[in-house]
Design a protein around this ligand. Sequence first.
Ligand code: DOR
Ligand code: ZN
Length: 353
Amino acid sequence: MFSNTDTITITRPDDWHLHLRDGAVLDSVVADTARQFARAIIMPNLKPPVINTAQALAYRDRIRAALDRASIEQAAFTPLMTLYLTDNTSAQEVLTASESAAVHGIKLYPAGATTNSDAGVTDLLGRCAKALEAMQRLGMPLLVHGEVTDPAIDLFDREAVFIDRVMIPLRREFPELKVVFEHLTTREGVDYVRQAQGPVAATITAHHLLYNRNALFQGGIRPHWYCLPVLKRETHRQALLDAATGQSDRFFLGTDSAPHPKGLKEHACGCAGCYTALHAMELYATAFESVGRLDRLEAFASLNGPAFYGLPVNQGKLTLQRQPYSIPEELPMADSSVVPLAAGESLGWKALA
Ligand code: DOR
Ligand code: ZN
């Protein structure tokens, strides 16, 4: 990493948790991500979900076509595909995915946990043991949406309860399975990942580093701060900042940028998801600078993720410059628009093109 007070240059980063969607919206959202990141783990929660390798390869082709339409060279951005785990995912499908070299993880959505998760898993150890065994054997990571869906559990406690009810039993059965605890949001989650034996890591979003749950209600209800897992108390944000900027290589960048059309966010039953692809590295730099740890940004954004996934570190660089940057109020997205997180506010860093 090179830095002086006005610029930081780091190895080109990757986004280890991204929603690109499909169809006409792909064009603008993939271009936003490719401006900052060399690779991204592409979430499979489309309608219908991406449940096999053939579908993942076809989705990758549609992403590549969108890159072409945006005049972005294929070499500049690599989509790392994932499958959506279902009760019926077979060991053979895991093998096919592994041999494809295109699929880099299989995502666990507990059924009903979030956007397009209806086809998710109802009973992980009961229904998916053969797939999990194959994943462990082949080194295929399980990417986890770590929240229980039990309506009796308070929304703010669902990650902590997931650790007890799902993570601990899962890792007792499959101690060598690679697991990424996606979009970690709690102190309990940080403590669990830090002390876990075996190959466990976690992604952390920019919004969970920058905001606590007060942001949802500041001056009125603010749907653009609503995501799942929901923002938590300040003590949890502090634990996440500590983890992201600390010495452990188990924590790395995953934006969970999740675009929804403006009208479906500003709605009586608004969708979960914050759009951060446009300004991800500026948001992360702001969070790291808030605790005087810009020196740790490169490890978090560019080094720890490839090490866990067993991929090479990127060759290119990304430079951030200290300059005022006004976040646009909204951006065109297909025949609608998307409101980026913290729209209309100003940041102190700008990524150079
Ligand atoms: O806020 C979220 N939005 N959390 C998720 O887990 C899914 C995502 C989406 O796809 O919109
Ligand atoms: Zn997500």
